[in-house]
Structure formats: C-alpha cells, structure tokens
Design a protein. Structure first.
Length: 272
C-alpha cells in the first residue's frame, strides 16, 4: 500500500486505517538533511529535511509494517533519554495547521514532526506465532499482481537452480487467519536424513486492501547453507518476476532494489 497525505481528509484516513498505530512500536527513525552548493556564495545551503519513521503494529488480526516518510520538514524533535525506551506508541496525534502537517508520536513530544507532506508505505502480513525451532531468517514480499507464485512455481524454480526440494503442507492445531491461502515447508530432496526442524516455511496470503498477494518465507532450525540458498534463490526469482516490495527485518525494500540491497549486505558482512 502507498498513500500520500496532504490534506485533513488524508489525516482522517490515516488515523482510521491505522487506528492511530495503537499499541505499536517504532523500530527505526531516519533523518536525511540535504544541502546544495550555492555558486553565488560558494557555500552549501540547506535544501530540505526528510524524516522517515518505521512502525510495527497490529490491527484486525493482522501485523503491519508502516513507513511514514515526512518531507518538507520545518520543525522536529527526536529525543530519548538514556535508559528510557520511547519506541512504544499509545495513539499518535495529528493535525493540519496553517498548511502544515503535525505528527505527535508520543504525549511528551519526544518524537514530533512538522512537515509539508507525508507518504505512507505499508506491508501487511498475518500474525505468526513462535515455533519450537529457532527462526534464523524471515523475508516477506507483497506483490501488485493478482496471481502470485504457486507451490509448484516455487518447486520448479528451485529445480532449475539445482536445489530440488520436497513440499509438505502445514499441519496446524490453532486457527488460521482467513487471509492465508496456503502454507507448508520446503526441505532439500536429496538428503532425507536432515533434521525435521530444518526447513524453509512458506505462507501465501491475500492482503486485506485491494488486489495483490503476499508471500512470507522463514528459515528454521540450525545454520544450514542450503536453506539460506533456498531463501535467496526464491527471493531473487520472485523480485525478478513480480512487482512489489520486500520486508527484511524492519526495512521495506522496493523489489527492484532487492539485488543491490543483498549485495551491500554481503559486502558489509565480509567487512565485519
């Protein structure tokens, strides 16, 4: 979902859609200050401030990750004292005053932004419960097309990549959210002796607003290079074949930028 916020009606939509981010929490705050070189004065001059806040919250039985990017910032406060966690939200407050949007993310005004315009990017996914096996990685894709990857499509792509896998439908004792279309696990087909807890779990679901599809991949078990390769191959093929956004950790990444992001991550890990 992408939505631009400029007017009072947009603010009312934002609060109604998100429930004011009630009981959510801020995972990331980015501040970008631009400066341009002025040839007349031979000095760099301010050219605008942008602040992006990433928020995790739940509403109507679904988990959401929202990135609210505020541009044309004229005033802001980002303040957190040592030893105090100000990331938890109650209900944010908003208003439109003198043509400026105002956002209070907490009652004390420790996270406060005045801006000209805001843009909401959001990914929605079913709430998933913890499993006994350790979750090593999670990758989520929300596509724009009506029809997303099928189970057979995943298996065919892995076959072509030299990573043949077996599929097993999930067995659940708890109720499943109606948005979920199918779920199950992928395991390497050439080694039946692997631990049953070592797997790539796949879940396909329908986003609640508008057309499109969602697919969540999670790696469970012990560190296993093959399982990591399964996730990477599927992520690469999905971003190449479908339009949409990825969610990695707390970061929303346009699908077209996935490969560049992955290259930067690999380089950063080698440098560490």
């Amino acid at each position: 979902m992408n939505h631009t916020i400029k007017h009072a009606e947009d603010l009312r939509w934002l609060i109604g859609h998100t429930g004011g981010f009630r009981a959510g929490y801020v995972t990331e705050v980015q501040i970008l200050k631009r400066r341009l070189f002025d040839e007349g004065s031979t000095r760099h001059v301010p050219a605008g401030t942008t602040i992006a806040v990433t928020i995790h919250y739940e509403i109507r039985g679904l988990a959401r990750v929202a990135k609210l990017t505020m541009t044309g910032v004229t005033d802001f406060s980002v303040f957190e004292q040592d030893g105090i966690d100000c990331s938890s939200l109650s209900v944010i407050q908003t208003e439109l005053n003198a043509g400026k949007l105002r956002f209070w993310f907490d009652p004390q005004g420790e996270l406060y932004v005045v801006c000209e315009e805001a843009h909401l990017e959001e990914l929605t996914l079913p709430v998933v419960t913890a499993q006994q096996a350790a979750e090593l990685a999670r990758w989520t894709f929300q596509g724009l097309e009506t029809d997303g990857p099928t189970i057979q499509w995943l298996l065919d792509e892995l076959d072509q990549a030299g990573l043949p896998c077996m599929w097993r439908n999930a067995e659940r004792s708890d109720a499943i959210h109606p948005a979920v279309q199918w779920e199950g696990s992928l395991r390497p087909a050439d080694d039946l002796s692997v631990d049953a807890n070592n797997l790539v779990h796949a879940m396909a679901y329908s986003p609640p607003e508008g057309p499109g599809f969602g697919l969540m991949l999670r790696v469970f078990g012990m560190q296993d290079r093959r399982l990591s390769r399964i996730l990477e191959v599927l992520a690469d093929r999905i971003t190449q074949c479908f339009s949409g956004n990825c969610l990695v950790g707390t970061t929303i990444i346009p699908g077209r930028e996935w490969e560049r992001w992955l290259v930067r991550e690999h380089r950063s890990r080698r440098e560490r």
